[in-house]
Design a protein around this ligand. Structure first.
Ligand SMILES: Nc1ncnc2c1ncn2[C@@H]1O[C@H](COP(=O)(O)OP(=O)(O)OP(=O)(O)O)[C@@H](O)[C@H]1O
Ligand SMILES: [Mg+2]
Length: 460
């Protein structure tokens, strides 16, 4: 229904464009994604029985957990919500309750379906907009009035008499001119809806209100009727405005809502990041106590329950949950037992070494080295990274990770920034120039910092 039906192999190869290594994790999410599609194909009774196989991704910080989720979200047309588990508080405490994630994903799904629908009525909307523009340019009613045409359009001059037929003919001529873009710059007056009408109201929602799935803004918004305002714009702009307005009108919001909810129920994916942050520490006192409460609140949602949203009841039984966490201070087995059972698939992401860093620096579509090359090109600097420089940067990253704290690929960001600090600052004053960066340059820039362990703690 919703996904592009990528096979697991295709999903992995898409992920490969951005994430180096971590094959197990890629495989697991690819299978999970494909399983949603498979589930749509089985008989109806079976479909209800097949529960999603939720996944926990574990691995040290900065090795690609969140990145995998981000890329996954773009692959699939399923509603996809990424949220930090640490944002939630137990019901009754100030903060976000876990059910809000269902409301969020439905909201997301609604705008997704809505824009798809608007796209599908675009042609129709444009047609209607055209008629409306013609109505404005050539008002139907008062046929007596001779229009005051701008210069060349004698077409507009209506002889008295056979108005009906003439009007029709004129309209068609105008339509031709309009389509040819000859009227684009002509001013017309259109009525436009002024924003959302009424005064701006900012609501700082207390969770209590959010709980009921009410949208105060909308309620108030309806109290102040939408204000219409006449605006003088060019014909070309008026076309856009009216087409947009018609598209909104043509979309059947009831249908959109229904489809959106269905899509969440059947193919929604929720990525629960930082799940390890809701593992309580051993101490039962202190502010940590509510973490276990959050886990318990999560249980019914992950297991399957019905959540009330402003678009209606949403069943969570078949939503796929992918959780991720560094689990440096804790283990998945520290989660409350019931929750562990809801995440049957565990994948570990390995830490990254020098060879991985070399690839991360250069291979992904958004690779850091490429980013800097493009950034500095805007200043007329052609920067060239020699192979040995990339190897040297990777080496330094691995070394600093080992000596201080292992922050994975994030280390590359700090190192690249430090390395290119001078060039980044001076670039506008350097004139058009080619700069070659080799291992020697890398060493000269970073050596002092690396030697001094304390310094590298702060700088890199
Ligand atoms: N295997 C990888 N391939 C390419 N880039 C990576 C890889 N791992 C990490 N990165 C880059 O490093 C940065 C941090 O990675 P990410 O956000 O995925 O870390 P994480 O595993 O979620 O860590 P944390 O546990 O701290 O949340 C990202 O910008 C990402 O592009
Ligand atoms: Mg992360």
């Amino acid at each position: 229904m919703s996904s592009k039906n990528l096979t697991p192999r295709e999903i992995v190869s898409e992920l490969d464009k951005y994430i180096i290594g971590q094959d197990d994790a890629k495989r697991a999410v690819a299978i999970a994604l494909r399983n949603r599609w498979r589930r749509q194909k089985v008989s109806e009774e079976m479909r209800d029985e097949i529960a999603p196989k939720n996944i926990i991704m574990m691995g040290p910080t900065g090795v690609g957990k969140t990145e995998i989720a981000r890329r996954l979200a773009k692959l699939d047309r399923s509603p996809f919500l990424k949220i930090e588990a640490s944002k939630f508080t137990e019901v009754g405490y100030v903060g976000r309750d876990v059910e809000s994630m269902i409301r969020d994903i439905v909201e997301l799904s609604v705008s997704m379906v809505k824009s798809e629908e608007q796209e599908s009525v675009r042609l129709k909307a444009a047609e209607i907009a055209e008629e409306r523009i013609l109505d404005i340019l050539l008002p139907k009613r008062p046929p007596k009035v001779v229009m005051e045409p701008a210069a060349e359009e004698d077409v507009l001059r209506l002889p008295e008499g056979k108005e009906e037929a003439n009007q029709e003919g004129t309209r068609e001529k105008l339509r031709r001119l309009l389509r040819e873009g000859k009227l684009d710059d002509r001013p017309v007056e259109v009525e436009v809806v002024n924003g959302h009408g009424g005064p701006m109201i900012e609501i700082f929602s207390a969770s209590g209100v959010e709980d009921m799935g009410l949208n105060i803004k909308e309620m108030f918004g309806n109290m102040f009727p939408q204000k219409k305002k006449r605006r003088k714009v060019k014909v070309s702009e008026a076309m856009d405005i009216l087409a947009e307005e018609e598209a909104q009108r043509l979309v059947d919001m009831d249908k959109v809502t229904k489809t959106a909810v269905e899509r969440v129920e059947q193919s929604g994916i929720i990525f629960l990041d930082e799940i390890d942050k809701i593992v309580g520490s051993d101490s039962t006192h202190g502010p940590d106590v509510s973490r276990e409460g959050v886990q318990r609140d999560l249980l019914p949602i992950v297991e399957g329950s019905t959540v009330n949203t402003k678009y209606g009841m949403v069943k969570t039984d078949h939503i796929l949950f992918i959780a991720a966490g560094a689990f440096s201070m804790s283990k998945p087995s520290d989660l409350v037992p019931e929750l562990q059972g809801r995440f049957p698939i565990r994948v570990e992401l390995g830490s990254l070494d020098k060879e991985d860093f070399i690839r991360i620096l250069t291979e992904p579509h958004n690779a850091l080295v490429r980013q800097y090359i493009e950034l500095l090109a805007t200043e007329g600097i052609q920067i060239v990274f020699k192979d040995d420089s990339v190897a040297e940067i990777a080496e330094v990253a691995a070394l600093v990770n080992e000596r201080t704290e292992n922050i994975g690929a994030r280390r590359l960001y700090t190192i690249m920034e430090t390395l290119l600090d001078d060039i980044s600052f001076d670039a506008p004053d350097m004139g058009k120039k080619k700069v070659e960066i080799d291992a020697g340059y890398v060493k000269s820039k970073l050596e002092d910092i690396i030697e001094d362990e304390d310094l590298s703690r702060y700088v890199l």
